[in-house]
Design a protein around this ligand. Structure first.
Ligand code: OAD
Length: 350
């Protein structure tokens, strides 16, 4: 059975790579009937969709928050700061709200792994829900930093109605709990909050991995970053990223692409992740399949969203009329507009 627990699988099939390249990983996959792949992802896999990452110089979100007048960039995701001043987060939420960004080739490669019963789990740090949107089963995904898929009251934990939250956020309003009037926040893990229970529950997956693929992350945020060391010690690991990340700082911690410690299992593709993924797909003989999946699903999503947009615009007009006394929060509107300009995210009007 694909993706099933088999304690010994990783140990039995793990073999040394020929060299630290993506070609070696493709050979390893083909020759060893790899079937329990764990994929760890970060913001780099969504930049091609138009969503900025966090730490890239100039283009990253943290370099573009000057207008928010934050004490430090990460404050936008700090739970204490949010309680004092929720407007910056809501401006960002308005800009990044799922629904206008399409999954990338990399997302569809992960979906293809799933369709081929080779994906054990996708641990993602991303909150953009593109994994869900590309059709990956919820069961295959671990949203390590939560996501926009649900929201709750920061005081009484009451779950919010997502349709309502979405419409409030898009109308530049700050959603409040119906029960206690405190702030509602999408269930994104802020600094100072614990990670979702599911993250800890699924850590066992790393013991079973016969391959680890890490894509589009700077591996700077813990505890996520340290997970690369949770796979069995001979399980091959592939990093696909623009920059080196997670490089070793001791024999048992981090990647060792130079094979200094003799394990011969780490490999790296430095460059754009969609290009790296296309190369891997080509090496595996899956390129046409990946292209077809990407094109078919993208077309389907575009058509569905176009229909939904027309309906939503009508609904929004109605709501605006009903809520004339409750004006949109001007600060959120201005901050969101400024952010849209700086980050060049696709606008709703396009
Ligand atoms: P970062 O912005 O820290 O890292 C993104 C990485 O992806 C960088 O190494 C980029 O060079 C690389 N990258 C960007 N575009 C790429 C592309 N097209 N192809 C290949 N590589 C590309 O983002 P994360 O590591 O995901 O927390 O950040 C981790 C966490 O920090 C986030 O989850 C977020 C943030 O604070 C929350 O949202 C709570």
């Amino acid at each position: 059975m694909p993706g099933t627990r088999s304690k010994t699988n990783a140990k039995v099939i793990a073999s040394k790579l020929e060299d630290a390249t993506i070609e070696s990983i493709a050979k390893y996959i083909q020759q060893n009937k790899v079937k329990n792949i764990v994929v760890m992802t970060g913001a780099g896999i969504s930049t091609a969709a138009g969503i900025p990452d966090f730490r890239s110089k100039n283009t990253g979100l943290y370099d573009n928050l000057q207008k928010f007048d934050l004490p430090y960039a990460e404050a936008i995701f700090d739970i204490d700061y949010f309680q004092e001043r929720p407007e910056p987060f809501y401006a960002l939420a308005k800009e990044l709200y799922p629904g206008k960004y399409l999954p990338t080739k990399t997302h569809y490669f992960i979906r293809l792994l799933h369709d081929k019963n080779m994906l054990l789990r996708n641990f993602t740090q991303n909150i953009d829900t593109l994994e869900r949107i590309c059709g990956l089963d919820e069961d295959r995904i671990v949203e390590a930093h939560g996501s926009f898929a649900s929201a709750s009251c920061i005081q009484c934990d009451e779950k919010a109605d997502m349709e309502e939250i979405r419409s409030q956020i898009l109308l530049s309003k700050i959603p409040r709990c119906l029960a206690c009037k405190s702030l509602i926040k999408p269930d994104i893990t802020f600094f100072g909050e614990s990670l979702p229970k599911r993250f800890f529950k699924r850590l066992v997956d790393f013991d079973e991995a016969d391959l680890l693929i890490v894509i589009g992350t700077s591996l700077q945020v813990q505890p996520f970053a340290a997970l690369i060391d949770n796979v069995p010690e001979h399980t091959p690991r592939l990093l696909i990223n623009k920059d080196l990340a997670g490089v070793h700082h001791s024999p048992h911690h981090g990647f060792d692409f130079k094979w200094k410690y003799g394990k011969k299992r780490d490999s790296v593709y430095l460059g754009d992740c969609d290009e790296g993924i296309e190369k891997l797909a080509e090496l595996l003989g899956w390129k046409n399949e990946l292209d077809r999946l990407y094109e078919k699903e993208t077309k389907k999503l575009k058509e569905r969203w176009a229909t939904e947009k027309v309906l939503e615009q009508e609904q929004e007009e109605l709501e605006k009329l009903e809520l004339t006394e409750e004006k949109p929060d001007k600060e959120i509107d201005q901050l969101a507009e400024e952010l849209e300009k700086r980050l060049k995210v696709p606008s709703d009007k396009e």
